[in-house]
Design a protein around this ligand. Sequence first.
Ligand code: 5SP
Length: 234
Amino acid sequence: MTPPLIAPSILAADFANLQRDIELINRSEADWIHVDVMDGVFVPNISFGIPVCEAVNKHALKPLDVHLMIVQPERYIDAFARAGAAHPDRPGTILVHYEACTHLHRTLTQIRETGCRTGVALNPHTPVELLADSLDEIDQVLLMSVNPGFGGQSFIPHTLQKIRKLRHLLASAGKTALIEIDGGVGTENIAELVEAGADVLVAGSSVFRASDPTEAIHTLKFFNQTAPQNVRLA
Ligand SMILES: O=C(CO)[C@@H](O)[C@H](O)COP(=O)(O)O
């Protein structure tokens, strides 16, 4: 089985030591760096914006996975692309929320034109079937497995059913968009998430609250490999 892609969320990093935490991700087996942008309107919390994304990009060696939890995301797509998501050597993804887009097709076209991969995020209550007529424009679907706005929340079990439905929707349409899960991901649920069809796992608390974040990333990525046994040599 191909290991899932792991995207540590810097929302749970130490903002006073952001460079240190980005460099930790660079050296780890993580695949992407997840950047959670919150505006205090679409979600009841404010995280950070374009200057912090630029600062992350300055030290990052891995693609940025920029999750815009903001209203009218089309106003800021070009700025986040320039801030690092569209890096020429490691192009990343810009994700907009389905619930925040009046003209989703236009917004996804705008993201494609920046050179970034396109992503659509769905809140826990939003059915995956609503994406049926947009699959040609989508490289990645992010299913929120907590209500967006805060790290450290409990995983919503209904997400497993949504992953299976989305996997079926994509297969029936012959599409290869990646399925990304965000919120409450950890060693206790990663096996069932991957078994249900998840390709990318966002992990905030389970990485940055661990005593050894590098080891936590390794454990998430290689969750299905048994630890080597100590062999006593004669
Ligand atoms: O987008 C969000 C929250 O809105 C997530 O990316 C969280 O930051 C994930 O955090 P943990 O649940 O892993 O702590």
